[in-house]
Structure formats: C-alpha cells, structure tokens
Design a protein around this ligand. Sequence first.
Ligand code: NDP
Ligand code: HSE
Length: 422
Amino acid sequence: MGCGTVGTEVLRLLQDQPEEFAARTGAPVQVTGVAVRRPHKHPEVPEHLITTDATALVEGDVDVVVELIGGIEPARSLLLTALKSGKSVVTANKALLAEYGSELYAAADAAGADIYFEAAVAGAIPLLRPLRESLAGDRINRVMGIVNGTTNYILSAMDSTGAGYSETLDEAGRLGYAEADPTADVDGFDAAAKAAILASLAFHTRVTATDVHREGISAVSPGDIAAARSLDRTVKLLAICERVVDEDGTESVSARVHPAMIPRSHPLAGVGGAFNAVFVEAEAAGQLMFYGQGAGGAPTASAVLGDLVAVARNLVVAGKGPRESAHAQLPVRPMGGTPTRYHISLDVADKPGVLSQVAATFNEHDVSISVVRQQGRGDEASLVVVTHTAADAALKSTVDKIAQLEVVREVVSVMRVEGEPS
Ligand code: NDP
Ligand code: HSE
C-alpha cells in the first residue's frame, strides 16, 4: 500500500530479483497488488497489480501487508484490518507507530501475526532490530542521535555553505527526504515520533510522541550557527532518550528532540547531508554507534525489504517475531526536570558591573557557570556563557530573567549543549 518515494523502490527491488527473495525466504515472494491514490501517476506499476481499493487488497488473499502510505488514517484502519485477520505487517510509518503502536502490537499479538518496522527510524540503518533483539539482554541507559535526514541536510548546508533555510528545504523535498508535509520534519514531529519509538524499545516502556519534548529547527538562525562556530561547535537536531535515576534511586525516562550545539570533534558533528547516526549506551555492551542513510527511496526500501524477508521467513516456519516489550512502564519525566546545559550568547552594555549582574542571576537560580567569554566592541560587548548541568526549567528561568536586565541589549542565541563533559 503506497507507491511513492519508498514504495516505488520496494516494488522495483522486489521485481528485480524474485529468485533471490525466494531463495532467502524459502518460498516465493509475490506482489499481489499495489494500492495508490492516483493510478494514472504510476506507469511503473503493472496494470494488473494497481488498485485504488486498499481495503479490498488487505482483505484479499495476501499473507503480508506492506504499508508505505504514511500518516494516521487510513493507514491505521487498514493495518488493524490486516492484523485482525492474521496478516503480518511491515510498515515504515513512524507517525502511526508513535501514536498507536500499542494498539497495533495488541492486534498482532491477538491474531498471532507479526509487525516489523525497521524503516520507521533512521531509514536504512539497522537500529530497531538491534534494540528489539540483539540488546534485549542488556540494560540501555541512553540513545542519542540524528534521526531526521531533512533537518540534518538543512543544518549541514547552513553550517558549511551558509545556504538559506528555504532553498535547502526545497532541495531536501526534491531528493525525497522530506515528509509529505515538510513541517513534520522542520518542526521536529518526525524526529519526536522516532524518539518515542526508540525510547519505547530501549526502556521497555510505552512512550508516545506526545510524551516527547519537541523543538524543531525553524528558530535556528544564522546567528546561532555563527555562535556555535565561534566556539568550535556545530548545531544538530538531536533526539535524546535517557534513563534518569534520581538520588533516591527512582528511575524515569526522558525523551526530547531539540537543536543542540555539539563540539566539532564529536562523531555526530561529522554526520552531514541526509545521513543519520545514533549512539546507544548500554550497561554491558558500552557505547555503540549506528550510522548510514536515514532517508530516501532506495535506502529506506532496503530496511522494508529486510523486514519483508524476516516476516516471510517466519511464515515459512510458522514462527513469530518479537512481541511488544513494555513491562518496565517507567514514568516519563517532564522536560523542566530534565538535566541539560545551555549556551547563551548576549549583547550587553560594556560597562562596569555587567558581568556581576549576569553572574548573580545564574546564582539566584542555582545554575553553575562553566565557561564565560566576553569581548568588547565599542560601547557594547558580546558575552557568551556556557553552564554546567542544571534542571532545564531553572536554565529557562535564568534566561528569561537575564533578558529583562537593563544591561542586556539582546539575547542573541540560546541553545542546549550536548556531547561534552558537564
Ligand atoms: P510518498 O508521499 O512519496 O508516498 C505515499 C504513497 O501513498 C503514494 O504512492 C500515494 O499514492 C499513496 N497513498 C496515499 N494515500 C493513499 C490511500 N488512501 N490509499 C492508497 N494509497 C495511498 O511517501 P514516502 O514514500 O516518502 O513515505 C511513505 C512512508 O515511509 C511514510 O510513513 C514515511 O514517513 C516513511 N518513510 C519515508 C522515508 C523517506 O525517506 N521518504 C524514510 C523512512 C520512512 P499516489 O502516489 O497515487 O498519490
Ligand atoms: N522525512 C524523514 C527524514 C524521512 O527526513 O528523516 C526518513 O524517516
């Protein structure tokens, strides 16, 4: 179902090497039908396969349904119909999984069917299967990375060539990276859905997209990029999912998506274009890094086809893939209580007492300063402060208060800092 950027490539690759798929699976893999909205736009689909009736297709004589439509409806209803009648499902639909994942798992479980979704996070990169299966015996503490190709493509271009925001977004759309509605990418919805999926798998806890604190890149300015460069840092949109343990041992899960400054020496800083990269920190395994093409037709089709082979193999041996694992059910921590660090760049009056007023404001909010850099220019000065770790709410209130100081002419840039010792 769906024959757009990803579906076209899935169909092409399946039809290119049917014998290979049969050999790898242990039975022939045949395309029964291809559901689209506008059949006249699809000369690549053989006429006898194409249909606009997706419901009839999933209700028909098929073993596996591959959903590459995107969005919530009609994808949700179609997949529930498929699963309830025992048909296994492969989907790349992170928006749907992040909101209705549990409902889909339950339907699959009740009918003894499979649901696989490797392509939903980080395109071609094998990431979800390692979390779901390979690391199932370990304790994961943190998952952090770049999971949206479109915004990484835009930020990389802004950093390296100074290219404008909208022209780069148009280009990402032309290359097939952007979602049908690209605000899903730039406003962080796509990355937040992926963060919800990652956090759910990593911490055996149901985390939905609404549990994820979300900030996109539309407010990232050339000033932010320049401020980062002046400190040998770069700006990336990060998804960060972590297990937070309080002093009394209480555990919770924090899941957030926001732009952050990272040192240029950090491995994520070199991840350019539509590439994605994700770090996983597990207790026994230590640090793992997953890197590759995070968007685009063929890379995503690779992950979809891997799932299709896995599901077909299960069918051949009457087996089943992993079920939902949500036994831990840790509480989700609000963003305000999540420990973060800030980089704050200010234009201030260049006169005695300015630094002490700014420092006093940090002190009032119990926020400790790590780095201060001041540079005079005429009757103004540029003042850069990088904090130590503090509760995000305390950092935010500090910035709000600083912005009101008479000696502060402008808050030029405020951004969280990641990837360096706190
Ligand atoms: P496209 O918008 O390119 O394609 C969507 C397809 O769905 C089109 O062929 C469209 O038909 C079809 N469609 C829409 N509504 C219906 C309907 N009611 N019934 C039947 N078919 C319908 O999307 P993508 O290929 O980019 O994305 C597909 C999925 O993969 C999404 O969930 C996306 O988030 C995910 N994904 C995409 C990646 C990418 O890089 N593009 C990477 C990873 C995941 P028609 O062509 O006739 O309009
Ligand atoms: N729009 C998504 C991105 C596609 O840019 O990463 C891959 O999920």
